[in-house]
Design a protein around this ligand. Structure first.
Ligand code: ZN
Length: 325
C-alpha cells in the first residue's frame, strides 16, 4: 500500500508539474511530461463507498456524492478539464435537480472548474449552485492580484457564494449528514476537510498528499504546525476496521485513496521533520545550515523531489520559515 503503484505516483507528479505551470505561467517547458496536454487527460472514476466516487484526472482529486437530492462535488480541478468532468458526473448522477460545490481551498487545480460546473448547474436547474468554502477562500479569490504570489483570481460566477465563517458548517444532502471542517493555517488559511458521516469517507484537500511532502503555502497563511494539527484532527475522525486496515476511507488532495494507517505515517513524518528543524533553529542555525544537515534525508525517497513545482528544498524552507515566524 505504501508508495502506491507506479501509475498514480506518476500521475501525481504530472499533476504537480501542471500546478506549477498554472501558478507560475511558465509556458516554455521543454520536458513533455511537465507540459500537460489536457486533451490527453481522461477522467477516471473510482467507486469509494455507497454513493461516493473519487474522480482522478489532472490536478486535485474530485469527490462526487450523488443521490435523489442531486449532485455534490468537492473540488473541480482545472478549467480545461471541465467538459470531461461534466460528462463523467452526468453518467454517475441519479438526479440533477440540485448542485452543491465545496472547495477545500483556493488553488486553481481545485477551483478551476467552478465556473464551468456552475454554468452547467444553472442550465439544469435555472439557479446558481451553492458554492461552499471557508471565508478565507473568498477573500483570496477576490483580492487584487499580487505579483509576489501565484494567481488565484477566478470569475465572479465561480466565487464561493455560501462561505462559512466559523470553524465548521454542516448540511444534509442525499440522505447523509456532511460536515465541513475548517483547518486553520494549514496548507493555506482557508482549508476545509469534508466528512461524509454515513458513508464514513473524508475528503481532505491538500493537507494530506501521500507520496509528496505537503505544500505549505506560507504566502496564503499556511504553516507546518497547522498541517500537523489538521492531520491530528483527521485522525480523530478516522477509525480502522482491523489490523490497521479498512474502516474510514480518506480521499487525499492528490494521490491514491487511503486509510487511517496512511495518515498516521504521514503525520508522523511531518512531526519528526518539524522537531528536527525546530531543534536546529534552537541551536541558532541559518536556513542554509539547516538545509546542509539534510533533515529530511531518510524520507526523501518516498516524499522528496529535486524538480517540479514543490521540491524537497522548498519544503524544508517552508518548514523553517513557518517555525521561525
Ligand atoms: Zn493546493
Amino acid at each position: 500500500m505504501i508508495g502506491g503503484t507506479g501509475q498514480p505516483m506518476n500521475l501525481q507528479r504530472v499533476a504537480l508539474a501542471s500546478v506549477m505551470l498554472v501558478f507560475l505561467g511558465l509556458l516554455n517547458f521543454t520536458n513533455a511530461q511537465e507540459n500537460p496536454n489536457f486533451d490527453e487527460v481522461s477522467i477516471r472514476v473510482l467507486p469509494v463507498r455507497d454513493n461516493i466516487y473519487m474522480l482522478v484526472g489532472l490536478g486535485g482529486n474530485i469527490t462526487v456524492q450523488v443521490g435523489e437530492n442531486g449532485v455534490l462535488v468537492v473540488d473541480t480541478q482545472f478549467a480545461p478539464l471541465s467538459e470531461k468532468i461534466k460528462a463523467t458526473i452526468n453518467d454517475l448522477a441519479q438526479s440533477t435537480s440540485r448542485y452543491i460545490i465545496i472547495n477545500t481551498h483556493v488553488h486553481l487545480d481545485h477551483v478551476g472548474g467552478n465556473e464551468a460546473l456552475a454554468q452547467w448547474a444553472r442550465e439544469h436547474t435555472g439557479t446558481a449552485p451553492q458554492i461552499i468554502a471557508h471565508e478565507n477562500v473568498l477573500v483570496r479569490v477576490t483580492a487584487p492580484p499580487d505579483e509576489n504570489i501565484p494567481e488565484t483570481q477566478i470569475s465572479p460566477t465561480a466565487w464561493p457564494n455560501a462561505p462559512y465563517l466559523t470553524g465548521f458548517k454542516d448540511l444534509y444532502f442525499n440522505g447523509e449528514p456532511i460536515e465541513i471542517l475548517h483547518q486553520p493555517e494549514a496548507h493555506t488559511d482557508g482549508d476545509s476537510m469534508v466528512f461524509f458521516r454515513s458513508s464514513d469517507v473524508v475528503s481532505t484537500g491538500d493537507i494530506f498528499t501521500p507520496g509528496n511532502y505537503p505544500v505549505i503555502d506560507i504566502a496564503r497563511g499556511g504553516s507546518v504546525q497547522g498541517i500537523i494539527n489538521a492531520l491530528n484532527r483527521l485522525l480523530r475522525i478516522t477509525v480502522v476496521e482491523a489490523f490497521q486496515e479498512g474502516g474510514t476511507k480518506v480521499i487525499p488532495g492528490h494521490g491514491r485513496l487511503c486509510e487511517e494507517a496512511d495518515v498516521v505515517e504521514y503525520r508522523n513524518m511531518i512531526t519528526i521533520i518539524r522537531d528536527r528543524v525546530q531543534n536546529l533553529i534552537n541551536r541558532g542555525m541559518s536556513l542554509q545550515e539547516v538545509k546542509n544537515t539534510r533533515p529530511t534525508l531518510d524520507y526523501d525517497t518516498e516524499y522528496g523531489s529535486d524538480t517540479g513545482f514543490w521540491t524537497t528544498d522548498m519544503f524544508i524552507e517552508a518548514v523553517y520559515r513557518s517555525l521561525s515566524e
